[in-house]
Write a protein of this length. Structure first.
Length: 276
């Protein structure tokens, strides 16, 4: 059995190294429209694996590290809006769309390396901060990603005069640099000519801040409690209005108070979603 697994993994690695996309889907989704979409990406070079819908994984997960075997129970927690009934903040109003976004955040966190937080807007994850040693570092990392997602929708970014034929990877990298503090690396004399047909105007700090101030109704999920209120302060800067986290910190009162200051709705789910 182990030999078969090793052979299968080797084939997958060879395909990935060879530049093929690796796509895993279940029987029901690997049909019809989904396959038609895949055919248009990477010239259709995907390996589609049909999963067994009746497969039940082991209850206990094991991992060997230098002769030591670690065990933990599989995370089979069901994520549903029943987790959003305990709301300790003054603002307790959650619409169906906001609950949907909270569910998207928590489902994402269930399968993301801890520590992690997830920002969601309009049903999609727009910023994930994972694997950090400090929770506020996760919140900052994910918040920066959410900010960049929104900055990309500014007119100055959408109308950047890219040359025809520029590769998508180069285009994305130029946009990221243009929106950052080292923008002269792509719009300075001798640099802009590589990507643009004309020199773009600077995207100033004031313009970026004014645009980001319009970002609101963002949802935030956390796989463990917020130990300090600085997480809420950072989340507020990225337009967060709805939060789901386990609760249980000795400083919950300070976190709740900061949420009340900004009119944020926060639900205590009572569950941790650590994944190691």
């Amino acid at each position: 059995m182990k030999k078969k697994i090793l052979i299968t993994l080797s084939i997958i690695l060879i395909l990935c190294v060879g530049g093929f996309g690796f796509y895993v889907n279940d029987y029901y989704h690997a049909q019809g429209d989904a396959l038609e979409i895949l055919k248009k990406k990477k010239k259709g070079k995907y390996v589609v694996i049909q999963m067994d819908p009746s497969y039940v994984p082991e209850v206990i997960e094991q991992k060997d590290v230098f002769g030591i075997t670690f065990e933990q129970g599989r995370n089979n927690i069901k994520i549903s809006d029943a987790l959003f009934t305990e709301i300790p903040t003054q603002n307790k109003t959650l619409s169906a769309e906001q609950k949907r976004d909270l569910l998207v955040a928590l489902i994402t966190l269930k399968y993301t390396q801890s520590n992690s937080v997830c920002y969601v807007k309009n049903g999609q994850a727009v910023g994930i901060g994972a694997g950090q040693q400090s929770r506020v570092h996760c919140t900052r990392l994910a918040g920066d990603k959410a900010d960049n997602w929104y900055l990309r929708q500014h007119e100055k970014v959408l109308t950047l005069p890219f040359k025809d034929g520029i590769r998508r990877a180069d285009r994305d990298n130029a946009i990221d640099v243009y929106m950052g503090e080292e923008y002269m690396d792509v719009i300075g004399d001798g640099n802009w000519e590589r990507s643009f047909t004309e020199k773009p105007a600077v995207f100033t700090r004031e313009e970026k801040r004014a645009w980001l101030d319009q970002l609101t109704d963002v949802t935030l999920g956390s796989d463990a409690f917020f130990p300090f209120s600085d997480n809420i302060e950072r989340a507020h800067k990225s337009g967060v209005k709805f939060i789901a986290q386990p609760g249980g910190s000795v400083r919950d009162d300070a976190v709740i108070e900061t949420c009340n200051k900004y009119g944020i709705v926060m639900a205590f789910t009572g569950i941790r979603l650590f994944h190691h």
